[in-house]
Design a protein. Sequence first.
Length: 623
Amino acid sequence: MNMTPPTRGGKTRRMLRDLGCILVLLVSSCSEKSPEKAQNKQTQLEKNSNTPFTFRVASNREQQEFEQREREFDPTNDGWNSEAFHGETTAQLKVLAESLSVDTPPSILSPSASATVLRPENLTTIFENEGMKVLRAFSPAPAKGLPLTGQLQDLTRPLHENGGDVSIRFKQFRVRPPATGTTTSSSTVLYKARASSPSRELVQNATWVIDWIYDETSSSYLIESIRPDDFEEVNLTNSPDLASSGQGQTLFTDRTEELIERLPRGGLIHWGANELSVRGLYQNGRRLIGLALGDANGDGIDDIYMPQSRDLPNMLFLSQPDGSLKEVAANSGLNWLDETTVALFADFDNDGDQDLVVGTRERMAIHENTDGSGMNFKRVLDFPQADTSSLAAADYDGDGLLDLYVCNYISSVGDETVTLSDAVYDALDGGANRLYRNRGNFKFDDVTESTGMNVDATRLSLAASWEDFDNDNDVDLYVANDFGPNSLYLNNGGKFTQVAAEMGADDPSFGMSITWGDINRDGFMDACISNMFSAAGNRITAQPQFEKDLAEGLEVDRIAYLARGNTLLVSKDGTTFDEQSAQAGMVNTQWTWGTLFADFDNSGDLDLMAMNGYVTGPTVDDL
């Protein structure tokens, strides 16, 4: 058996897909999107809305264009052998996942494949309540050189004994391809497995370092060894009533259709198919739509204001005594047809009911809740703001009136947008954020400059949140910025100083949201900032080729940090922050737009929910 790996690869590889938009511009030899996968080079498959499939033979010109595109997207043409290696081994990991899911012997192991213990017997229970038990291994098992087949069987046996469907996935985020003339190669992989049955849910998470060896007989890479860095297992046990219903164990139940009387099911792709592009969506920030929660009718239960895509009326859902939600926007005066990006409930006139701020592409407006019923909102004030990305209300000057901070992601109204070439990791060409002081009777003054809030106010801001992090009895402000460091404004008697860098809280990444909570119960508020974890970004920026192709003036470490993931800032007596993301195990929640601290299980400790994903197209390769 000859174990010399190939130096070229012939498969099309998507070079920078998951790192987001930015690395496309940094590596001049790579492209943003790969060509469509063709099942047969001699035919093209077309879908028709009336017939299942129609076929036609591709012309010679089309065939030549396809072959040219395939050559252009071959990563080895530009020296990216690491991505060719990633593509080959990813295909093998899919084979491994399929084999383990159906409990059959894997076909991609070398004859001498070995491992350390993949599922240690003595796991430590780190959390347990009536329906959930979380087990974890804190150090690698000492035993080495064990047969890999047996270790994989021991690992997945609890999944198959659980019954129900078994799903296993792998994700590579580090690769070390073979050097010329050698056979040594490795990759670091996330292992995620899940088994679901009516009575029980079992989840396994692990990080593996896999050694590969190239087999010329099969023209493929085979697994030589696996070394686990960590292991976690979560057991969810169903209550008898849920088990008998066949629903399976869930922490939350989706009751949307049951409780909401009318809700358009189409998403961004459905309603914006003719004019939506992923590039435009991300650059403009105009379709990053959020919800507003507040008690609009004074019954003690939060209601929901739901902004919609352009030309669809915004919706106001009032909570009903039976727990359902009734849509009343048209009757309440809140059924805006303008493209709305953000909304916020707050009592700006101190009359005891919740007013509503709505930010659209053209304007920002405050609506007075005139009678507290939630059925009569009156538009009382327009602001000179547009394309607002976030709103945060608090009484920053202690006069008893709620003031308003406004984030503006882009710098102009209309078709002009921020270009990615201007925004790498220190962008200052976003819209101007503003602080408005409430003088009462729905009159506001722009005090951005006079309060010091104009410092770093033109970053690409996506979220802001008030909190008294230093416990001096006035509210401070954290602003999460995209493509650059975040801002932390320290309140000193109504004047603000930007102290993020000196307090270790700047986190220069894709800041997308901020949530506060005292996670260690020391009396000081800690912060979690949502960012993007990108396997491709982690993988590519670690390669020597990346630094070689990097544009002049850009730093590898700073770009690599962009793909790192979420950030947890633990307060040190309100004077500085200590970054503890990895220790807390919450770095990787994928492409995360929002996080929220809350005690979901009533245990007395704060839990963290992460909202992730992106626009999903009609095929699995579309974002």
